[in-house]
Write a protein that binds this ligand. Sequence first.
Ligand code: GRF
Length: 230
Amino acid sequence: MPEQLNRSYCSDDSLGSSGELVAPSIERWPQFEPMLRLGVMASGNGSNFGAIQEAISANLLKAEIRQLVVNNQGCGAAKRADCFNIPCKLLDHRKFNQREHLDHALVKTFLQADVELVVMAGWMRIVTSVLIDAFPSRLLNIHPSLLPSFKGLDAVGQALKASVRVSGCTAHLVQPDVDAGRIIAQAAVPVHQNDTPASLAKRIQFQEHRILPWAIALTGLNWRQGQSIG
Ligand code: GRF
C-alpha cells in the first residue's frame, strides 16, 4: 500500500497526529458488488483524481473510474489517466458558447460510459442544472475550505486573509448555488502563523485526498441503498 494511503486510512481515530480532524471518521469502507462506476471531471494537476485511483488500487474504495473528462488539453489529470489506463475525454469549454452546452456534452459522455456517480475533482468551471439534474445526489465536489466559509475562488487565500486558526476541506453534493450543496465529509487542519498560501494548500490537499474517496464511498452507499429500495 502506498505510504500516503497507509498513513491516511489505517487509523480508527478521526484525530490525526498532526492535529487534523476528519468527520465522519474514516472507518469501515462499504463493499460494492458490483463495483461503483465513477465518472471524474478535472481541470488541472489531477492529484485528487490520482487519490481516487489510489484508494481503488489499495482496495479500499470498491469502484472503477470508467471515464475522466478534462477541459484543458494535456493537463496533469490527463497525463495521470494515461498512466492509469483510464479513458480520458477532452471537452474544452472554450469550444462551447454556453455553459449548458458543455454540460450536455458531459452528461452524454458519462451516460455513454454508464457511470453512477460523478466527481468534480478540481473542475474549475461552474456547472449548470443540466449536469446537476442528470445525477441527482450523485454529483460530488471537493472544495478547499470548511464550508460554508470561504466559498468560490481562492478559498485558501480567503482563509489566510481572514486569519482563521483552523481551515480544511469539504466534500459536498453539487447544487445550483456554488459550493452550497449537502456536506458529505470534512477535514479540519490547523492554520499556522507562518503559513503561506502554498503551505496551507498543501496541508489541506493532503486531507482532500483522504476525504474525497471516503465521500465517494458514502455517497455511493446512499445511492445503491436507494436503488435497492426501489
Ligand atoms: C483542489 O484543491 C480542490 O479543492 C479544488 O481544486 C484543486 C484541484 O487540485 N477544487 P488537483 O487538480 O486535484 O490537484
